[in-house]
Design a protein around this ligand. Sequence first.
Ligand SMILES: Cc1cc2nc3c(=O)[nH]c(=O)nc-3n(C[C@H](O)[C@H](O)[C@H](O)COP(=O)(O)O)c2cc1C
Length: 223
Amino acid sequence: MDRRNFLKVLSVGAATLFLSGCGVASVANEKSASAESKNISGGKKMKIVVINSSPHSETQSTSRYLAQKFTEGAKSAGHEVFTFDAAKEETHPCQGCDHCGMDGDCIFNDAITTKLMPKMLEADLLVLVTPLYYYGMSAQLKVIIDRFYSRTERLHRKKSLLLATAWNTADWTMTALNTHYETLVRYMEWENVGAVLATGCGYRSAVESSKFGDEAYKIGANL
Ligand SMILES: Cc1cc2nc3c(=O)[nH]c(=O)nc-3n(C[C@H](O)[C@H](O)[C@H](O)COP(=O)(O)O)c2cc1C
């Protein structure tokens, strides 16, 4: 079933769970935040890791679009950006085996261990990018976050940013995701740079014509 069919099937469901107000391209978003007035980097060139998690392609994905705009902004300000593709790389969920003892080698020698973890350990800013899936983050992104476990203390005290897109426009659309993100920020002792919570952005042309691309760009450019 392709995405269009998925949405169509949902739209005829009694609850129209995801789709109340769908198709509206321009939406108010109560919780999106930007770093416009902050001086996050203190003039330092930052190392940034962007973690994409949509299975959609670079040209079709709405969340990747936000990541692209953020990256353009960050690079224009001279920051170094490494992008990891959680949906396309080989990854494995944490097995909870505790082989790592929360600061050691993971049993998996996959792309998280070999490509992403070294970059995350030296990064100043981690950017979590996700489509909204059943009112939370994608499974692809959650796999990455659970794998923080092997180095959890060493991933503390970084800066972080959330970029998320959703079909729905209801004011509670991003509530659960944002609460989870804020809880993660608190536990990880991260400095929250902001969140772009792009509701009403269920397809590419909607996000491209929304205000959210500019918001993402400005956060990157104003770091
Ligand atoms: C498995 C799945 C679950 C979804 N769940 C939600 C949801 O809970 N709320 C919502 O508003 N949109 C939901 N959507 C729609 C996507 O969040 C939306 O289309 C988004 O723009 C996709 O981003 P992407 O193109 O970067 O993958 C869901 C889509 C899929 C495929």
